[in-house]
Design a binder for this molecule. Structure first.
Ligand SMILES: [Zn+2]
Length: 264
């Protein structure tokens, strides 16, 4: 009889190293606790704000904050209603507009968002801006950053010795974090997300923007403008978010689901 506890214990260890993606229910590898990740992310974000020009008090800066706050309320409602409140525990939302020609935006683990002025003309409308911000926020609440860190660490041969997540003081953790979020003068996500993470972020982002009062079908126009506006040098957002036909088709397929959440 005693032997039976062994598989249970083993299962417990596996569960401890996993988290679940909201909506899709996908289990993901999670070797770094979200608390550790948020701590690193918050200090990285502060450094990023110090090193870049933050725009304050303009109409556009206020738009970023207003849309961000509406999306945050939507995310909180969705997470609480669907049993995922743990996924946003400890989040400290912040929404800043950064003066930069780069067509980009990011959300750190823990809810710190930056939108670059360069992407505003592509967004065009509030719904376009909500598309970008909803998508980036979705990456954060689905813990894609932690998953990618865990995958990199696992690939490096780092293993969980016990039922304890890796520490932010571990140099391998710090280096891996910096390779993904070494924002500084550069941009958030340096490495492209996986196709699966992108598609999850698209699907969740559509729901969040709809709940926040933005028509999710406006997202199609945004991705079309993004892919058309490449010009000579591909925009940063596009290099990590390939806006191909398939992506737009997938988004179109998810719009009816998001429309159920749409609050006009
Ligand atoms: Zn993305």
């Amino acid at each position: 009889m005693k032997r039976k506890t062994i598989p249970l214990l083993a299962a417990g260890l596996v569960l401890a190293a996993c988290s679940t993606v909201p909506l899709t229910g996908r289990k993901q590898l999670s070797l770094v606790s979200s608390g550790e990740l948020m701590q690193m992310a918050n200090s990285q974000y502060d450094q990023f704000l110090d090193e870049n020009k933050v725009i304050k008090g303009t109409a556009d800066a206020n738009r970023v904050k207003n849309i961000g706050n509406k999306l945050a309320r939507a995310v909180e409602t969705y997470m609480n209603q669907n049993g995922y409140s743990e996924n946003i525990e400890g989040f400290q939302w912040e929404f800043n507009l950064i003066s930069s020609e780069q067509k980009n935006a990011f959300c750190m683990p823990g809810g710190k968002v930056a939108v670059y002025t360069g992407i505003l003309p592509v967004c065009k409308t509030d719904a376009g801006l909500a598309t970008v911000m909803g998508h980036e926020i979705a990456h954060a609440i689905a813990h894609h950053g932690g998953e990618r860190m865990s995958q990199s660490l696992a690939a490096m041969g780092v293993q969980l010795a016990a039922n304890v997540a890796l520490s932010e003081k571990d140099p391998q953790v710090v280096n891996t974090f910096n390779s993904l979020y070494g924002v500084g003068a550069n941009v958030g996500y340096l490495l492209p997300n996986s196709r699966r993470q992108e598609s999850e972020a698209d699907r969740l982002g559509l729901i969040f923007m709809a709940m926040a009062g933005y028509d999710p079908s406006a997202s199609v126009g945004f991705w079309q403008r993004m892919s058309a506006g490449g010009g000579g040098k591909p925009p940063e957002f596009l290099s990590t978010h390939p806006s191909d036909e398939r992506r737009i088709r997938d988004i179109q397929q998810h719009i009816p689901e998001a429309m159920k959440y749409y609050r006009k």
